[in-house]
Design a protein around this ligand. Structure first.
Ligand SMILES: [Fe+2]
Ligand SMILES: [Fe+2]
Length: 303
């Protein structure tokens, strides 16, 4: 039987050799894996590689249900060394560089829908990011996987809520271009759980805590109370996601004898990660585990 590593190598080789077929070879191999195992890490991988958003959400919710019911095994072993360069995602939205995204006023129909679409895109990527933590970081304790299975299911819930809002405007996920910044950071931190916890939940998701109240204000200003109610749910859950990232980041720093807050700043500099956009949502960030001293430092700007 082909080993998992050789399957992965084959997937990557095929995707590289047959770009005209997109990721179809990878998905076909992935489905073979699905039928072979009741292993948590592989089940997360299978869900991550599904292209169709509805199928991915259903598989993610099933993963949480199966994990909670004790139907999935875990193997404590070395982390998976291969970065998934292209996770499962639909052909649309078209991915473009951030500076190619059109800025639209929220008071226009297109601007309103584009704002909701941008949030839906973040939630879709967040499903893959959480599943990747479960798939990849196999040396972490069971409670780590409990946390990230829960996050993946909550992200699927958030994506579903945003799809409903888009549909209420006569739109759906894929109707606007989007950028790939979240997944690019997943690739860059694929080999180190400490870096992943620092730069994805504790940098990128934490930026979402800051961004949500101003977005809610804009939606409120045009009378979209239903979307504001969805953002309230998302913000509540996202504090929990950043808190999970914070807890595991600090635990990894403790294990390695590192000062967590100094290490965080050093990683932001080394990865040239985005600095928080003011104003910071101090209350949410404090609830998620940031210290007051850290927030003062972040509010002072990049030096
Ligand atoms: Fe979310
Ligand atoms: Fe999240």
């Amino acid at each position: 039987m082909m080993s998992r590593t050789s399957i992965f190598t084959t997937m990557q080789t095929q995707s590289a050799h047959y770009p005209m077929f997109g990721r179809q070879p990878a998905v076909l191999f992935c489905r073979k894996i699905c039928g072979m195992t009741q292993n948590l890490h592989e089940a997360a991988f299978a869900a991550m590689m599904l292209d169709d958003p509805e199928a991915k959400c259903a598989a993610t919710l099933q993963l949480r249900s199966d994990w909670s019911a004790g139907k999935l095994d875990v193997e404590s072993c070395a982390d998976d060394p291969c970065a998934v360069m292209v996770p499962g995602r639909p052909q649309r939205p078209q991915l473009v560089a951030p500076n190619q995204l059109t800025s639209r006023r929220v008071g226009t129909p297109d601007g309103h829908a584009a704002m909701l679409h941008a949030i839906a895109h973040i939630e879709f990527n967040a499903i893959n990011l959480a599943l990747d933590c479960v798939h990849r970081f196999r040396s972490m304790p069971r409670s780590f996987h409990d946390d990230w299975v829960r996050v993946a299911a909550e992200e699927a819930y958030h994506f579903g809520l945003m799809q409903v809002r888009l549909q209420a405007l006569g739109r759906c996920y894929g109707d606007f271009p989007a950028h790939n910044g979240l997944w690019e950071m997943a690739c860059r931190t694929a080999d180190d759980v400490l870096s992943r916890m620092a730069l994805v939940p504790r940098v990128l998701e934490a930026r979402g805590l800051d961004a949500t109240p101003p977005i809610a204000d804009k939606l409120r200003s045009i009378g979209d109370r239903e979307s504001v109610a969805v953002l309230d749910i998302i913000l509540r859950d996202e504090v929990g996601h950043v808190a999970i990232g914070d807890r595991w980041f600090r635990a990894c720093c403790d294990d390695r004898g590192l000062d967590a807050e100094a290490c965080y700043l050093e990683l932001i500099a080394r990865f040239n990660a985005p600095w928080p956009q003011p104003p910071l949502h101090r209350e949410a960030r404090l609830a998620a585990g940031f210290s007051s001293a850290e927030l003062d430092r972040l509010a002072a700007g990049r030096s």
